[in-house]
Ligand binder design. Structure first.
Ligand code: NAD
Ligand code: UGA
Length: 458
């Protein structure tokens, strides 16, 4: 079959997979190929057991795979055969050398740039989908435009705003699609080509076009603002606990102001996920690089509050349970960094689990989707941990439950049944405020919500 356009995506991860599946689904006349250096991931994408859990995604992949959506490890062929190349490789925090622990590690991204340059035989539009430091497109241009290349490349920035667990809906009904380009004739033409793809399903007024540096920076800033909201409410949660105020009431009152809005004000044990921390640290690093230490300190505070919130959760468990956790059995309800995903990257549960084991507690972890990742994350301490999918079996014999993830299933459990099978006195630490605290107290639990008074029988 002759396709109208050939699109390639390099990187078949949480962003590349869903984003390209959506394009293939909405644009049946385009051929979309996703390539990755990891062959086992490609095998999984080509199977009935796709590598990420995302509600609604498998159905879209099934409807398009083999028709106009293809997964492959042949990166060079993919580059040669496509006109538009999305780069969606990982950009983690650097763990070595200058900027270690702060700056973005651009090695995967640069390897891709060089591979595009070496394999391309015709002009290409290169789309930065990964989250990158502002002005990365300049480096991409310099690599691609070196004199021996002789091929025209136009670089666009098109950051992705999907959130895990709701990726399909976010992609289908985005708040906005942001596309940045150079203001040159080539840049503007490339921008129009990308706009055209999105207009297959996104209303035109939601497609924002801009200059390339503002676009790159907007992605980092959007994540920083979202994370800042969580750290803001979390910082107030501790004040609520000291003053008998109630964080849910404060969030309701504050969020009713239409200038602020009510979303993203749920106090929690801390934000997780592969991006918030890394993107803020990247922003902090950029600010320091430009000598803007006051600005850098401001944003670094968002991460500091998040670390504080996780540690204070553990210390609260320790002091509540009579200042010793040694030999106590604690059940973690949830391990994913949020509900509706199996992803555990930077999950606050990792930190809490490790700290509890440091205090010599024994752990049982239950999660409907993330147990395999949990086992990998904690492989070095797994002799102290059991991984049990059934929450009733998991909680049996435990001294305490700590809610780490806001899975709906947890609030629907029969807590009377759970209570009878636990050691007494028993405790619930609700790190997501999703349970019915009054009811749990009536059953007999000692209940410790976040940002609200504890309900104790002693
Ligand atoms: P991921 O780790 O799930 O996927 C990245 C993929 O790229 C991996 O499968 C890896 O094998 C592959 N890869 C690395 N180097 C490669 C190379 N040279 N050639 C081919 N493949 C290569 O990462 P992700 O979560 O999809 O994130 C990708 C980017 O998107 C990051 O910059 C991230 O900040 C950004 N982002 C992520 C999300 C999210 O929800 N996860 C949302 C918005 C933006
Ligand atoms: C986030 C952003 O929401 C996306 O727009 C962005 O594209 C993405 O990062 C990215 O760049 O990777 P994601 O991390 O998938 O998406 O999920 P969120 O819904 O933002 O949740 C992040 C963390 O904050 C989770 O641990 C969640 O439980 C926590 N959270 C969220 C709270 O603690 N309170 C809230 O009110 C909201």
């Amino acid at each position: 079959m002759n396709f109208e356009k050939n699109i390639l995506c390099i990187g078949a991860g949480y962003v590349g997979g869903p984003t390209m599946a959506m394009i293939a689904w909405k644009c049946p006349s385009y051929k979309v190929t996703i390539v990755d250096i990891n062959p086992s991931k490609i095998v999984q994408w080509n199977s009935d057991n796709i590598p990420i859990y995302e509600p609604g995604l498998y159905e879209i992949v099934k409807a398009t795979r083999g028709k106009n959506l293809f997964f492959s490890t042949d990166i060079d062929k993919g580059i040669r055969e496509s006109e538009i190349i999305f780069v969606s490789v990982n950009t983690p925090t650097k763990t070595f050398g200058a900027g270690a622990g702060m700056a973005a590690d651009l090695q995967y991204w640069e390897k891709t740039a060089r591979q595009i340059k070496n394999s391309a035989e015709s002009p290409k539009i290169i789309v930065e989908k990964s989250t990158l430091p502002v002005r990365t497109a300049l480096a991409m241009e310099r690599i691609l435009a070196s004199p021996d290349s002789g091929i025209a490349f136009d670089i666009l920035s098109n950051p992705e705003f999907l959130a895990e667990g709701s990726a399909v809906n976010d992609l289908q009904n985005p708040d906005r699609v942001l596309i940045g380009s150079r203001e040159t004739p080539g840049g503007l033409k490339a921008r129009e080509a990308l706009v055209e793809i999105y207009t297959h399903w996104v209303p035109k007024e939601k497609i924002i076009t801009s200059d390339i540096w503002s676009t790159e920076l907007s992605k980092l800033v959007a994540n920083a603002f979202l994370a800042q909201r969580i750290s803001s409410i979390n910082s107030i949660s501790v004040l609520c606990e000291k003053t008998e105020a109630n964080i849910s009431e404060v969030a309701r009152a504050v969020g009713a102001d239409s200038r602020l809005g009510s979303r993203f004000l749920n106090a929690s044990v801390g934000f997780g996920g592969s991006c918030f921390k890394k993107d803020i640290l990247n922003l902090v690093y950029l600010c320091r690089y430009y000598g803007l230490d006051v600005v850098a300190d401001y944003w670094e505070g968002v991460v500091r509050i998040n670390e504080y919130q996780k540690e204070r959760f553990v210390l609260n468990m320790l002091s509540t349970m009579f200042n010793t956790l040694a030999g106590k059995k604690i059940c973690l309800f949830g391990f994913a960094f949020k509900a509706n995903t199996g992803d555990t990257r930077e999950s606050p549960a990792i930190y809490v689990a490790r700290r509890l084991v440091e205090e010599r507690a024994e752990l049982v972890i239950t999660d409907p989707r993330a147990l395999a990742n949990a086992e990998t994350d904690l492989s070095d301490i797994k002799d102290r941990i059991s991984f049990i999918e059934d929450p009733y079996r998991a909680a049996a014999g435990c001294d305490a439950i700590a809610v780490m993830t806001e899975w709906d299933l947890f609030s629907g459990l029969d807590f009377e049944r759970i209570y009878t099978q636990m050691s007494k006195p028993c405790f619930i630490f609700d790190g997501r405020n999703i349970l019915d605290h009054e009811r749990l107290f009536e059953i007999g639990f000692n209940v410790f919500p976040l940002g609200k008074s504890a309900l104790k029988h002693f």
